[in-house]
Design a protein around this ligand. Structure first.
Ligand code: GLC
Length: 543
C-alpha cells in the first residue's frame, strides 16, 4: 500500500501574553529584510512589505519572527554596519513602520526579535567620525581600537589579526595633513570598525539602545557576533594565517574570550527587568558545545545558535553525535537546544545536501528531523519553499563584501539572499511592484508560495503540517527524547506520543512499523508489519 498523508488542521497561533518559557520550544522564522517583501517598488524589501505578509507567517505556524538589521546604514554589509541604532534606514521605512510591524505581529500572535550589532558600528556612525576627527590618543578614539602601526614608520598593522572577510583586520587612517596615521581594528569589513567594550560609554550606550527597542515592544534580540566584543588584553598576535578557518575550532584572542559573558549577564538583567519574557539569542561561534553552552547559563542569554547542527554532514551517525553533544551541553546549564539548517550567511541546505531532487529530498527530511528534536528551531525565509542556493549570480550584481575581499569567509552569501517568490509566472514573482535587487531564477515560478499552497506534496505544505503538529502534539518542542534501535544509516527516536525516523543510508530501508504515520516527506510502502522507508526521507509516527 502506498500512503499519501494529508496536511493536518492548523490551530490558532499562541498569544504573546502566554508566558512560561515560550522560547524553549519556539519556532523562529528569520526574515532577511531586504529580500522578504517590497512594498514600494524599489526592488528592496522593507518593513511595510513584511507587515503586509505577516498573515502568511502566522498561517505558516511559526511562533516568532527575527528581523535582520533595518537600522540606518550605508549597507556596506547588508545593514550589519549600523550608523544609527535608533533609526530605521529610509530603504526600509520609518520608525513608525517598525512600530506598526511589532503591533501587528503581536495582534497575530507572533513575537518579534530584532538584530543588534554590538561588536562594531558603521564607519559612518557619529562616534567613528568623531574618532577620526579626534587627535591620536584622544577620548573619541577610546571607543574603538586605534593603535600605532609596527615597523620603522608604523607602516605595518599593529598585530597579525585577519578580517573574517579576508585581508588584515586593520586599516590605516590618514591625518588631517594627509600623512598616514594610526590604524583601527575591524574584524569584518573596513566599514565596520570594532568597538572597544572596555569603554564604559560603549556599554552604557548599548544598554540605552536595547531599552529603546524594548520600550517599542520587541520581544528580544538576536545578538550579532556575541562572541566578539571582548578582545584579549594587549591584542596579542595569533601566529597563524587563514584565521577565518579557526573560528569555531579554537578560542582566538578576538573571539570567545571569557570577558564577553559579563556583558551578556548585564543584558540578561536588563531583559528580565521588562515584562513578557524578552529574550537574548547569541550568534556565537565557540570551539565546543560546552563553550557554547556558557552563553546560555541561567543568568546569561536564552538561546545560542547551534551551528554544529548546521554544518553536520548528511550521515546518521554524525548527526546523532551532534544531537547528543548539543543536548548534553545545553542541558548541563538548563537551557533548551536550538536547531538551525540555513541562514543569510550560509549556502542554503537544499544545495548543501547535494542540490537537485536529492538535495530537496534531504532538505525536507532534515526539516522534519529538526522540528521533531527537543528545543527551539530557526527557519530561514524560503527554506519552507525548498529554495535552492542561487549559484550563478553574475559578479556585477553581487553585494557581499566578503566576495570582493576574498580568502576570508567565502564570499558567496548573496546566493542565499535572493528575494523570495510569492506568486506569478515571471520575476519578481510578487516580491513587490518593482524588480528585485538580486535577480531571481526563471525556475522559481513553480516554487512560489502561490504555486505550492494547497499542494499536499509541496515543501510549503510539509512545513505547514509539521508546524501545526508541533502545536497539536504536546510531546514536541522542549523536553526529553530517547534513541530507538534502528538499521544502520537510520535515526529513530521517540518523543512523548511520537516516533521520528530518518533514513540517510542512500537506499530504501525496511523496518518494523513504529506507529501510525502522521507526516512523511515521501510516500511509504507497507507490507504486513513492515514499512519500506524511502531513501533520504523522514517520517513522524504517532504512538
Ligand atoms: C554576522 C552576520 C553577518 C555579518 C557579520 C558581521 O555573522 O550574520 O551577516 O556579516 O555578523 O556583522
Amino acid at each position: 500500500m502506498t500512503q499519501d498523508l494529508a496536511p493536518s488542521v492548523r490551530p490558532a497561533a499562541a498569544s504573546p501574553s502566554e508566558t512560561g518559557g515560550w522560547w524553549r520550544s519556539a519556532v523562529i522564522y528569520q526574515v532577511y529584510v531586504r529580500s522578504f517583501a517590497d512594498s514600494d517598488g524599489d526592488g528592496i524589501g522593507d518593513l511595510r512589505g513584511i507587515r503586509d505578509r505577516l498573515p502568511y507567517l502566522a498561517e505558516l505556524g511559526v511562533d516568532a519572527v527575527w528581523l535582520t538589521p533595518f537600522y540606518a546604514s550605508p549597507q556596506a554589509d547588508g545593514g550589519y554596519d549600523v550608523a544609527d541604532y535608533r533609526a530605521v534606514d529610509p530603504l526600509f521605512g520609518e520608525l513608525s513602520d517598525a512600530d506598526d510591524l511589532v503591533r501587528e505581529a503581536h495582534r497575530l500572535g507572533l513575537r518579534v526579535i530584532v538584530d543588534i550589532v554590538p561588536n562594531h558600528t558603521s564607519d559612518q556612525h557619529a562616534w567613528f567620525r568623531a574618532a577620526l576627527a579626534d587627535r591620536e590618543g584622544g577620548p573619541a578614539r577610546e571607543r574603538y581600537h586605534f593603535r600605532p602601526g609596527r615597523g620603522a614608520a608604523g607602516e605595518l598593522p599593529p598585530n597579525d589579526w585577519e578580517s573574517v572577510f579576508g585581508g588584515p583586520a586593520w586599516t590605516r587612517t590618514a591625518r588631517a595633513d594627509g600623512t598616514p596615521g594610526e590604524w583601527y581594528l575591524h574584524l569584518f569589513a573596513p566599514e565596520q570598525p570594532d568597538l572597544n567594550w572596555e569603554n564604559q560609554e560603549v556599554r552604557e550606550e548599548f544598554e540605552s539602545v536595547l531599552r529603546f527597542w524594548l520600550d517599542l515592544g520587541v520581544d528580544g534580540f538576536r545578538i550579532d557576533v556575541a562572541h566578539g566584543m571582548v578582545k584579549a588584553a594587549g591584542l596579542p598576535d595569533i601566529g597563524l594565517s587563514e584565521q577565518a578557518k579557526l573560528i569555531g575550532a579554537q578560542v582566538l584572542p578576538f573571539f570567545d574570550q571569557d570577558g564577553v559573558h559579563e556583558i551578556h549577564r548585564a543584558w540578561r538583567r536588563l531583559l528580565d527587568s521588562y515584562p513578557g519574557e524578552r529574550v537574548g539569542v547569541a550568534e556565537a561561534w565557540a570551539p565546543t558545545p560546552e563553550r557554547l553552552a556558557l552563553y546560555v547559563r541561567p543568568d546569561e542569554l536564552h538561546q545560542a545558535f547551534n551551528f554544529q547542527f548546521l554544518t553536520c554532514d548528511w550521515e546518521a551517525a554524525a548527526m546523532r553525535t551532534v544531537i547528543d553533544e548539543s543536548l548534553a551541553a545545553t542541558r548541563s546549564v538548563g537551557a533548551p537546544t536550538t536547531w538551525v539548517l540555513s541562514n543569510h550567511d550560509v549556502v542554503r541546505h537544499t544545495t548543501r545536501y547535494g542540490g537537485g531532487e536529492r538535495g530537496l529530498a534531504r532538505a525536507r527530511a532534515a526539516a522534519l528531523l529538526m522540528l521533531a528534536l527537543p528545543g527551539s528551531a530557526y527557519v530561514y525565509q524560503g527554506e519552507e519553499l525548498g529554495l535552492p542556493e542561487v549559484v550563478d549570480l553574475p559578479d556585477e550584481v553581487r553585494q557581499d563584501p566578503a566576495f570582493f575581499r576574498g580568502d576570508g569567509q567565502d564570499g558567496t552569501r548573496d546566493g542565499c539572499r535572493v528575494p523570495i517568490p510569492w506568486s506569478g509566472e515571471t520575476a519578481p514573482y510578487g516580491f513587490g511592484p518593482g524588480g528585485s535587487w538580486l535577480p531571481q531564477p526563471e525556475q522559481w515560478a513553480e516554487l512560489s508560495v502561490a504555486a505550492q499552497s494547497g499542494d499536499p506534496r509541496s515543501t510549503l505544505e510539509l512545513y505547514r503540517s509539521a508546524l501545526a503538529l508541533r502545536h497539536e502534539l504536546p510531546g514536541l518542542g522542549d523536553g526529553e527524547m530517547t534513541w530507538l534501535e534502528a538499521p544502520e544509516g537510520v535515526l529513530a527516536f521517540s518523543r512523548p506520543g511520537l516516533v521520528c525516523t530518518l533514513n540517510t543510508r542512500g537506499e530504501e530501508v525496511g523496518m518494523p512499523v513504529p506507529g501510525r504515520p502522521v507526516l512523511a516527506t515521501a510516500a511509504l510502502e507497507f507490507t504486513g508489519g513492515t514499512v519500506r522507508i524511502p531513501v533520504d526521507s523522514c517520517v513522524w509516527w504517532a504512538v
